[in-house]
Design a protein around this ligand. Structure first.
Ligand code: PGA
Length: 256
């Protein structure tokens, strides 16, 4: 069977801060239409840059999304950004449950993440659900952590939203380092098989087999090709290396 295009989700975190930076990035990547066409490119800027990026990417195939969303549907929630607001700003997906949101100060718990999954799905946004263990345990307890995170969020996912749902496996210990400290492809492959098995236990089989599983954690141009070739993933959720056009293009080149 022909493999689908690799998916690359850029999690810009707080790295990209101004409309000028967004403009420069978009102008730079648009010079590589062949590379852009060879991947499914999804960019997640901060809330404030969503509509700027959406307007700039209108004529390209790049999808625009947020890094999180409010677990509420709007109303009396000061400072929150609801799924509807995101949609109105041009977002088509949201990252949900990133480890930096699960930690302080946001401290999102499983219930919060479940609500975000539900709100995003109800609004027709795709969901990139992040799961990942803080540390590896020789007895394999990290597999239980992943299974618990998955089943909690999946319980909130309406069946009709499955086609817009993906999982990003991001071991917390591998985030924000360098390519040399990222996960090894063979360990990744083992986890991908485990996640797929867990999905088939919860969802109907055909749907479970179609959910893309991404990897995130110190993905750079140096290691992206080997992780794609040997890790069994459909693509990547990339932090620091996605925020500068040079390193982003370097990853697209490595995948092509
Ligand atoms: P990193 O971040 O690529 O900088 O390790 C990945 C992430 O946190 O999504």
């Amino acid at each position: 069977m022909k493999r689908a295009k690799p998916i690359i989700v850029a999690n810009w975190k707080g790295y990209v801060q101004t409309p000028e930076e967004v403009k420069k990035f978009v102008q730079a990547i648009k010079r590589f239409p062949r590379l852009l066409a060879a991947c499914d490119v999804m960019l997640a800027p901060s809330y404030t840059l969503l509509s700027v990026l959406a307007a700039l990417s209108k004529t390209s195939r790049v999808a625009v999304g947020s890094q999180a969303l409010s677990p509420s549907a709007g109303g009396a929630h000061t400072g929150d950004v609801s799924a509807l607001m995101l949609k109105a700003s041009g977002a088509s997906f949201s990252i949900v449950g990133h480890s930096e949101r699960r930690s302080a100060p946001a401290s999102e718990d499983e219930e919060n993440i479940r609500q975000q999954t539900l709100r995003a799905s109800e609004a027709g946004l795709g969901v990139v659900l992040c799961v990942g263990e803080r540390e590896r345990d020789p007895s394999g307890a990290h597999f239980n952590i992943i299974a618990a995170q998955l089943s909690s969020a999946l319980a909130a996912l309406p069946q009709k939203s499955l086609g817009k749902f993906m999982i990003a496996y991001e071991p917390v210990w591998a985030i924000g380092k360098t390519a040399g400290e990222a996960m090894q492809p063979s360990d990744l492959q083992e986890m991908v098989i485990f996640i797929r098995k867990t999905l088939t236990q919860t969802l109907e089989r055909a749907g479970a087999l179609r959910v893309p599983i991404l990897y995130g954690g110190s993905v750079e141009a140096e290691n992206i090709a080997v992780l794609y070739a040997e890790g069994g993933v459909s693509g990547f959720l990339v932090g620091h290396a996605s925020a500068k056009s040079e390193s982003f293009i370097g990853m697209l080149q490595a995948l092509s």
